[in-house]
Design a protein around this ligand. Structure first.
Ligand SMILES: NC(=O)NCCC(=O)O
Ligand SMILES: [Zn+2]
Ligand SMILES: [Zn+2]
Length: 460
């Protein structure tokens, strides 16, 4: 199949021009003005923005967590991602403590293979670092194409590892050419504050927020960055939310440590006042929690200063019924919120349309940097000859309203109900196939491919 996209305003991390794009099979064959080629399908993109398919490197699909499972599986989650202009996601395989990385991988593969609609890859979450785990790192990187290893410095008694394990993991991952990523909050302090609030009978969602103050994130981010600096291991902080943590990343940069960081769309545009509405606040119970307006300003600045390279979602949806598990105790509310479908439109609307970031920066943080940092560039993350034809055609004037009534995520509420956005995803191509055309999804369950990723040392 060949496709010609004509007259669009083609935006990459480094370019902005009116051009045609010619696609043959799964890849881009030519880019230029007035291309004189015949294609089986022509798409007129005049007046539209044309940019690389989004990459969301932080999602949780069908994840077993807090006594339940996140409500989007690989089919519904990756389909909703496509509707929202995200063509590739990276999910987290979770090692079961006492078990091997390979066993966890097999489990996750069985959920994703033949199910995903869009492309996907995996990070490996190491929850139990020991001699056996250590021996599997090389195999994960070289044979499985999984070069990033996720850790949790929080969720004490469940997913958390201690600093001894972190240090051991970083040393081994550095040696094998990978990257260590982390959920950087101080699990011991959070555990203390959760117990204190519960003992005092303070059980509403507001106390979820008050159990994870900024200092818990700033301290853990700094500790992680220092360990990364000492071991020389490329490192990445997921879902960074606040000024204090950003300062830790800035300091690491001053010392030339390889510490990358992501924020998520919700931390840029929502704030902690949402926890004041009694149990309604459970919709935004996530870890770390939403922060303050001053943190939002710091995060937008962090994007423009290059301290935050990626805007992800940490998509981890739960039905309202699942959120009700914590009706009488905030510590039992499954943590996470839905956003996989909303990220690109919200980032464009709140970032580009409101003049906070440039179009090139928008492409960089929603796609290109994730491809580079996680070893998929230039196959993914750009519009270039030889790259996968993962392309979004976007109407910058397409105003519309976000709602659970119209979204495609498998969750019965929206964290952005009634939010007016400027700009709409119109058409999405995944590896040369039109996957989304207006309101229609034209690709099936099983269309998504697993993307093997290269060693981090090749990219950093
Ligand atoms: N973030 C969150 O609240 N849920 C998903 C798990 C995690 O990323 O910590
Ligand atoms: Zn996390
Ligand atoms: Zn997460």
């Amino acid at each position: 199949m060949s496709v010609l996209i004509k007259n669009g305003r083609v935006i990459t991390a480094g370019n902005d021009c009116i051009a045609d794009i010619y696609i043959e099979g799964e890849v881009i064959k030519a880019i230029g003005q007035n291309l004189q080629v015949k294609a089986e399908k022509e798409i007129d993109a005049a007046g539209m923005l044309v940019f690389p398919g989004g990459i969301d490197p932080h999602v949780h699909l069908a994840m077993p967590f807090m006594g339940t499972f996140s409500s989007d599986d690989y089919e519904t989650g990756t389909r909703a991602a496509l509707y929202g202009g995200t063509t590739t996601v990276i999910d987290f395989v979770l090692q079961t403590q006492g078990d091997s990385l390979k066993a966890a991988l097999t489990d996750w593969q069985s959920r994703a293979t033949g199910t995903a609609v869009g492309d996907y890859s995996f990070h490996m979450a190491v929850t139990d670092f020991n001699e056996n785990t250590k021996a599997e790192i090389k195999q994960m990187i070289e044979e499985e194409g999984i070069s990033s290893f996720k850790t949790f410095m929080a969720y004490k008694g469940a997913l958390m590892i201690d600093d001894r394990q972190m240090f051991g993991l970083m040393s081994e991952v550095k040696k094998q050419g990978g990257m260590v990523t982390t959920h950087a909050t101080n699990g011991d302090v959070i555990d203390f504050l959760v117990a204190k609030h519960r003992a005092e009978g303070k059980l509403s969602p507001l106390y979820h927020y008050l159990s994870q103050p900024e200092v818990t994130e700033a301290e853990a981010s700094n500790r992680f960055a220092q360990m990364a600096g000492y071991t020389g291991c490329p490192a990445y902080i997921v879902h960074l939310t606040c000024e204090g943590a950003l300062n830790a990343v800035r300091d690491a940069g001053r010392r030339n440590y390889q510490v990358f960081a992501e924020t998520c769309i919700q931390y840029l545009i929502l704030d902690a006042s949402l926890y004041e509405n009694d149990f309604e606040g459970a919709k935004w119970v996530m870890s770390p929690p939403l922060r303050e307006k001053k943190d939002q300003a710091a995060l937008w600045a962090g994007i423009n200063q290059g301290l935050l390279q990626i805007v992800a979602t940490d998509h981890c949806p739960f039905m309202w019924e699942q959120k009700l598990m914590g009706k009488n105790d905030f510590s039992k509310i499954p943590n996470g919120h839905p956003a996989i479908e909303n990220r690109i439109e919200l980032l464009y609307s709140e970032g580009v349309a409101k003049g906070k970031i440039s179009l090139n920066k928008f492409v960089e943080v929603s796609s290109t940097n994730a491809a580079k940092i996680f070893g998929m560039f230039p196959r993914k993350g750009t519009i270039a000859v030889g790259s996968d034809a993962d392309i979004v055609i976007f109407d910058p004037n397409g105003k519309h309203t976000l709602s659970a009534a119209t979204h495609h995520m498998n969750v019965d509420y929206s964290g952005y109900e009634g939010w007016e956005v400027s700009g709409k995803v119109k058409t999405v191509l995944l590896r040369g196939k039109v996957a989304i055309d207006g309101d229609e999804c034209l690709v099936e369950k099983g269309n998504g491919q697993f993307i093997k990723r290269s060693k981090v040392s090749n990219i950093v």
